[in-house]
Write a protein that binds this ligand. Structure first.
Ligand SMILES: Cc1cc2nc3c(=O)[nH]c(=O)nc-3n(C[C@H](O)[C@H](O)[C@H](O)COP(=O)(O)O)c2cc1C
Length: 416
């Protein structure tokens, strides 16, 4: 307890305040505990609200709980929320439960190899961080901390167009493969300028998000009247172009208003030529869920596709991402990388996505949970847990190489 009566735990976290009042000769102490330590089975010895050191977290679910305890409710809702009734959001996770794993025995698994090459970049595991706007919402450093963690873990980072650190800062912090995500803006000049800057800064590929001609109805943000706080900005774009995202309106969301104002809903296949003319970088399309679109993507010469429903944040009722994956894989030539995101929370989930034909899996929310709890170290912890779990799954499956993860790994989960 310090002179002001403030009580902190051994990690310096605020735990409450003791107030002293004097009535004549009697001094009365009142304990006002505002941040009780809640039991958290993942790290019972340290933890609880406000803790920035979830030492010993054994699962991403544990890190998720720590992040939720830490973040203001409207930021938490912005991150966790989906669109509409959040059916697609929930189904992304549920789909993984449909699969059982078929372990083979008596296979030498003394060395499990998870390294791979993706569009010319070397990864230590088939994993990336999906593009997400405004990492500084959860950590003062933001994307540069995420980039360092991804580099250390040997994972891909896809920086968002609405990153809260400059492309140049992110590129300077990155030591591994780094891609930039783009939305199709009405202001093509802004898009062209970003592409040029990304190339100059050393980004390795562009990922165009094609599932957002308009933004999904994210009811949590609408209810909260959510807007991006003024101190946190999409610094790679002109402030005038981003102004709407900072305006809170009653019953509205700054994010939705901004998208309505700035996203170009006329985007169609023929527009890809415009982008191609402006860059030598490989082009990846994000948000493909059908064989029809996968075939069109191939016809238009894209370098990879990402099967994704935007983490359940766009069309509610859209196919769960894992359900869409086999159709897309079947529709494209074997050499075209098919990436996957949506609901990946364990190393076993990565193994399932790979067994269904994905070349690599991306995680969205978990990276922000890590960043919110421990900054760079937290993101690294998330990626490292996934690597450890993937390697463990491969060993116990009797599949020591990524190429061994094929359909033979999977069986339908038996229903009672
Ligand atoms: C907070 C947040 C912000 C996001 N921002 C973007 C974005 O700017 N561009 C984009 O293409 N996808 C964005 N996404 C979607 C992710 O790239 C990804 O598709 C999704 O989060 C994957 O699902 P998961 O969170 O279940 O892993 C965002 C997702 C979240 C949770």
């Amino acid at each position: 307890m310090d002179a002001m009566g403030v009580v902190r735990d051994q990690y310096g976290q605020f735990r409450g305040q003791t107030m002293a009042q004097t009535f004549g000769q009697i001094k009365v102490y009142t304990n006002v505990v505002v941040a009780p330590t809640l039991p958290n089975r993942d790290w019972p010895e340290r933890g609880g609200p406000g803790t920035r050191m979830p030492v010993g977290a054994l699962t991403l679910a544990g890190i998720e709980r720590a992040a939720r305890d830490r973040l203001p409710p409207e930021i938490w809702d912005f991150i966790e929320g989906g669109s509409g009734a959040e059916r697609t959001l929930a189904a992304n996770r549920k789909m993984f439960e449909r699969y059982a794993l078929r372990p083979r025995t008596m296979v030498d698994v003394s060395a499990c190899a998870t390294g791979m090459n993706l569009l010319g970049g070397q990864l230590e595991l088939p994993l990336g961080i999906a593009p997400m706007a405004y990492h500084r919402l959860v950590d003062p450093e933001g994307e540069t901390a995420t980039a360092r963690a991804a580099g250390k873990a040997g994972a891909l980072l896809v920086a968002g167009m609405f990153a809260s650190r400059t492309l140049e800062e992110i590129a300077a912090a990155a030591t591994g493969p780094l891609w930039l995500q783009l939305y199709w803006l009405r202001q093509r000049a802004a898009l062209a300028a970003l592409v040029e800057r990304a190339e100059a800064a050393g980004f390795h590929a562009l990922m165009l998000t094609v599932d957002a001609p308009r933004i999904g109805r994210r009811l949590r943000d609408l209810r909260n009247g959510f807007a991006i706080p003024p101190a946190i900005r999409a610094v790679n774009l002109d402030p005038a172009l981003m102004a709407a995202s900072h305006r809170a309106t009653d019953g509205g969301s700054g994010i939705a208003d901004h998208a309505r104002e700035q996203f170009d809903p006329t985007l169609s296949w023929s527009d890809l030529a415009w982008l191609r003319e402006r860059t030598r970088l490989p082009l990846v399309l994000k948000g493909i869920l059908t064989a029809e679109d996968a075939r069109l993507a191939v016809e238009h010469g894209v370098d990879a596709v990402l099967v994704s429903n935007h983490g359940g944040r766009q069309l509610d009722g859209a196919l769960p991402a894992l359900a869409a994956l086999p159709d897309v894989v079947e529709a494209v030539p074997a050499e075209l990388p098919v990436l996957f995101d949506g609901g990946v929370r364990t190393g076993a989930d990565i193994a399932v996505a790979l067994a269904l034909g994905a070349r690599a899996a991306l995680v969205g929310r978990p990276a922000l949970w890590g960043l919110a709890t421990e900054g760079e170290a937290g993101v690294h912890r998330v990626l490292d847990l996934l690597r450890e779990e993937l390697e463990h799954t491969m060993a116990l499956l009797g599949r020591p190489r990524l190429a061994d993860l094929d359909r033979g790994v999977l069986a339908p989960w038996p229903t009672a």
